[in-house]
Each structure stands twice: as C-alpha cells, then as structure tokens.
Design a protein around this ligand. Sequence first.
Ligand code: MTE
Ligand code: HPA
Ligand code: MOS
Length: 771
Amino acid sequence: MKNIDSRTHVRGESIYLDDIPLVQGTLFGAAFPSPIAHGIIKRLDLSVAEAMPGVVKILTYQDVTGENQIGGIVPDEPLLAEHHVHYVGMPIAFVLAEADDQARAAVKKITVDIDPLPVITDPREAHAKGELIIRPRTHRLGDTSTAWAQCTHISKGRADSNGQEHLYIETQGAYAIPQENNAIKLYSSTQGPTAVQRAVARSSGLAMHQIDVDVTRLGGGFGGKEDQANMWAALCALAAHILRKPVKYSLHRMEDMAMTGKRHPYSSDFKIGLDDELRIIAYEATFYQNAGAAADLSPAVLERTLFHCTNSYFIPNVTATAYSCRTHLPPNTAFRGFGGPQGMFVIEAAIAKAAENLGIDASVIQSRNLNKTGDEFAYGQKAVSEAHACWNKAQELYELSAIRSRIDSFNATNVLYKKGIALMPICFGISFTNTRMNQARALVHVYTDGSVGVSTGAVEMGQGVNTKMLQVAAHEFSVRPERIKLQATSTYRIANTSPSAASATADLNGKAVQMACTEIVNRLKVVAAGEFQVSAEEIILKDEWVYVNGERTDWDWNRLVMEAFTKRVSLSEHAHYATPEIHYDASREKGHPFAYHVYGTAIVEVTIDCLRGTYDMESVKVVHDFGVSMNPLIDRGQIEGGIVQGLGWMTMEEVVYDKAGRLRSNALSTYKVPDIYSVPKEIAIEPLKTEQDNLAIFRSKAVGEPPLMYGIGAYFALRNAIYAFNSTAAIPFDAPMTPEKVLLALYDNSAKEDSVTNEQTESAKHLAANS
Ligand code: MTE
Ligand code: HPA
Ligand code: MOS
C-alpha cells in the first residue's frame, strides 16, 4: 500500500504548522537569544524594543505564570533565563508583535549586559572539572581486568564523533490559541504531544486537561522534536495565556540551527583485546558525551550508547563507562539512533585499529565475533540473533570476494583514484530504554455509515506510521482502506502518550489499534451471531461481508454496523497496549530492556579522488532484517533515508562551535548535508525474512532508526581507500571524514618522515606530471 500522504504531499496540499490559517488577531513571537555562552546577566534593556512598531509585549522570566522550568529528566532548564546564561541562543526574552518581521526587528533592539564566565565546549574538559549531568553509568560483563591476560593482541585508541544538525525541512514552531475558561489549543510541530502538554502545563500553571495539543504531521523530526519542541510551544502558550490572544512562533532556519541542540558529539577511549583466533576477549570503553548546557534527553541517550557499545558482537568481558558532560553548548538531544550510533562507532574503530595493527582486514575480526542466539549482552539480555544470517547473505548475494578483487585491481592500476570498502553490521534494540514509556493507546470509532476513524498517540513525521496504522485497522476489520481515516494526533483524544520515537511508534500504537479493532469486531460478531442463530466463533468478517461457517451471508459491513447501532452496541473502543516481557534494573545495569533487536549488514564502497580529497559513494548494499515487512515501500524509504542521513553524519556534516561557544556552521552555506549528488549511486536492499515470533506489529520489525548506522561503514570505507594510496597514513578516528580530512590523510607523512614508499614516489611523479 502506498503512503496515504503521497497524494497531498505531491500536490502541496499536506498541512504543516505554517499552513494552518491564522485566527484574526494573531500575534507573532520571537525569542531574544543569549549572545554569550556563559555568564551572569547584569542588565537587560527592553525599552528601545518595546517602543518598536507593532510590539505588544516582551516577556521575561518574571512573567512566567507557572514554574520557569522545562527540563524533562532533570529540572535544569529554565524556559526563560533568569540571571545565568548557559549557551549562545538560550532564550532570555520573548517578543510579541503584530507581525512576524516586527517581532524579529524588535529582538535586534534588545540589549543585555552579561558578565562573562569561562566557557567549556569540550566534554573531556567538562569531565575533568566535575561538570556531570548525572552520575556515570557502567555496563559490565565478565571481568576485563583479568581477561587481558588471555589476549594476545591488545589495541588502544581514541575515537571522536561529531554532532549532527537534524535539518528537518519544517523548522520548529508552535501556534497557541486561547479558548474559553483559560484553556489553550496548541498546534505544535512536535514528536511528543504529551511532552508539550506537560511543559506547557508546568510553565503556565494550567492543568493538563486545559491544554489540547494537536499535531497533523511534521516535516521531519529525527529526534529533534522529541523534547525540543517544548520550548517554543511553552513560550507561545505562556504569551497566549497572559495576553488572551493567539500567538505563533515559527522559527527561521538560522534561529533553529543556533538555538536548538543536535546529535551529541562524543569523545571516547577504547581498549580491545583479541586472542590468537581473533576472538574479541575483552573490551573497555569510556565515553565522554557532550551534553550541552542542560540535561534534556542526554541521560537516556547516554544509556543507549552503553546498550549498543558492542554493536552486534559477542564480547565475554566488557567494561563500558559513560559520562554525560555539561558544556556551554545548546542542550544536545535525541537524534535517530539516540546514542547508539555513537557507541557503535567506537567499537568499529576499535576493531579497525586492531585489524590495522595485525595487518588484516577488519571484516575478518567482525565476522569472527558476530553474536549468536543465546549470547548475552553486557546488560543481561540474551540475543535472538540474525547477525550471521545477514552477514553471510550479504557476502554471498553481493559476491563480496568479486567486489574485493575488482577493487584490488582498480587500486593496482589507478594512481589518482582509490577505492575502499567496508562492512557494517548493525544490531539495534527496539523499545524505549525507559521501560515505562513502552505503552500506547488507540481510539477507534466506527460511524453509522461504515466509515472508521482511528486516533492514536503516533505522530506522522514522514516515516509513514499513519499508513501503517491504517493498514492495521483495515486488516482487522477486513474493510477497504478508503473507509478509514487517521485523525490528527490530539492529547484530548489520546492521553499520556510517549513521543513518537525509539522506532517503536508503529509497534506500540499499532498493537493498540489492533486491540481496539478486535474488541469492536468481537461485538459485531455477537450481533451477527444473534441474527444467524450461530455462535460468534462461527462468524467471520471478510472483505466487507459477514460469513457464517465459511458462507457469505447477505449482510455486508454497512448492514452489520447499522444493526449493531440499532441494538445499541458500542461501535467505539479505546485500547491500551504495554509491551510485555521488558524490564530493566538501572541499579544493577541488568535486565531485558528491548522487545527485540533489528539486525543487518551493509557493504559500503567508495572512491576517493586522491588529488582533491573528494569522494563518491559508489554503493551501499544491504541485507536487512525486516521480520516480515508490512509495507515494503515505506520501509525501503526508511532504509534509504537512514543510510543517507548516516553517511552525512559520518562524512560531510560538520558542526563547528568556536571556543566561545558560537555556532559557526549556522546555515546551509556552511553546514553541508548530503544532496542528490552525494547519495550513493546504488543502494541495494535485500530483505532477510525472519519468521520468528517477535513483538513487532504483524512481525514487521521496526525500521526507523537502525539503517542510519549502515552509514558508519562509509567512514571505514574511506579510511581503507586512503590506505590504498598512503599505506602509512596516521588517521585519527575523528568523524566526520570530510574531504579536507581525507586530503590531509592522503598526504600525511608523520609515520615515515624519510622512508618514502615506491607507490608514493610513483604517485608523486603522476601528480607532478598532471600539474
Ligand atoms: N523518517 C522521516 N521521514 N522523518 C523523520 O523525522 N525520524 C526517525 C525515523 N524516520 C524520521 C524518520 C526517527 S529518529 C525515529 S525514532 C523514527 O522514524 C520514529 O518513527 P517510528 O517509531 O514510527 O519508526
Ligand atoms: N529512544 C528514543 N527516545 C527515547 C528513548 C529511547 O530509548 N528513551 C527516552 N526517549
Ligand atoms: Mo528518534 S531519535 O527516537 O526520535
């Protein structure tokens, strides 16, 4: 089934926040951001701004009617700065004006005197100064301290991965409209309608039942709107509450880039030990997470880094410690993979380092150590593994050895272009790591004309979840999809939702839809059984007809629905689903946090231009563990998008803050994201169909985040291509591998000041000839 939004998307008719018609009298908000990363506010001068045309009011922390606090996990984030500022971009005041440009013009006229304090942008420095957001966390399996004695090869190193701008096409924004008796209706571009409702209630002082958050869809979230939509919604709601006027704030791209957090940069140390058979016996890692100036979701992200720190490998002795370090950057937040990719990058770097030391290909170590069903993760859960199945299938299907010999002969005959290849296995746990978040609800109404309305807590952000929800209802009722409408996500219809995140949205909400539909179907069957004088078990609803003992009756769906209504049988149901089996004890760091894992293997091939340092992504060839995909087209789109987003993170997207904490890569002219020319020339996706019982909806495994991690393979493929040109290059594990870094590595001489290899001399001759 194709995505139910495709028609309105293509015609430009899909409704986003900025498409909502404005109510008369709407005011426009704009935040005044701190110009300084760390300091004490001495004086705030609003007088010039207040006199600007159209300005109605400027709010500061003193105007907050509830609690001046929006921190979700840790209460460390004021809605508006009081005396302290912690990052460049932290909102200090909120201007309300009659027009959008008037509000922004007034923002420019606000002046503030701030006594500067020392600025920390580096997580290791924050750690050294004791600036931690939460207590450190350690995952342990076996005993690494004694295991080193069993290792014949030990490698150590450091690996750094940078942040990533979400760059959702629709920027952050909210629109608050006051209702009677102090209630507020809020449109918000959020993945977490309940998170927004909670933040608004807290900061305005209203009860949650006064606040209806309504979300039709997002133009992308990618984690950036799991928590960070709260700020803009709370500011708009506060202003609407105080002024009794509708208030809208839709951020400009540069405001969004400067004021919101991104993927967490990590700096990590690793130590890996292998025995003679290349089995990884021990692994130690220390992660320094750059959390930014407030906790936001960092503690949960940190946890997932640990959960995924051994990727899809079984390692019997693991000690992994993670520090969430407070710096003076905008609070970093959820981003597709949620800390998992950062953890996986480090183990892949460790394996690459070990392979380089041993003079072998990393894939030898990778394949030797893939986990098997029954193997234990450091956090106690036992694997139900598809790791070998994916790896072996990829190797055979894509004829890995043929690819390798093609690449070897290319590299032997080309001097100015070199190819590189890397394999990237993935293993990603599905469920919110916070067990209590794994619940969802659905509300299903069958109307008397036979049409069906479905509401869930799921937010459509381009990932196709509404199409999947519709498929579930159509399947359970056995009616045509056209009969069913997915309603906008509303906190009045569905309460206490978890954000649409953790790749679990379709599973959680889909199971709730399934339960609600089953309840209604059971009632309808009783009605039919009464008419046809049989037991309800003998009734089947199929393709919009009632069947009795396999024979079609003259009751169709419409007739059945109308008869049920006439008999005063409820045609509505509200269902609740909570993932069974999962549990986690954070004090012991053991449990069974995930409903299941998603596996896969990618083969990534790149070509670098050794004169310029630029490169082409030749191909990404994947075998992916879909379970049984309920919508192959949508899932394929998720994999393609995830791969390209992962490649971007690992190769070209470079978030740059200066020492003063100012974002230098603050626009699309200075922050390079993959465009159509940087997309791999070939993306091959082969499903690994796994029929095993799992907790996925219709056994169709979650697909939102895992494919992003295939992109990590691009980093290692580039490294291998560089080595083909300069075998003694010293290449730090420092992602992203931008063309600039490739160029530096190609001509790095640090390891061999005077012993120039023949190949180098050859290429130097070619370069000279060419120039
Ligand atoms: N795909 C699109 N088109 N837009 C998005 O914002 N977010 C990703 C992924 N795929 C995203 C996306 C992230 S971070 C997650 S957690 C999942 O979708 C969320 O949706 P799901 O739980 O339905 O997979
Ligand atoms: N994934 C994504 N978002 C989350 C999680 C998680 O595990 N936990 C809390 N928010
Ligand atoms: Mo996704 S990072 O869990 O929103």
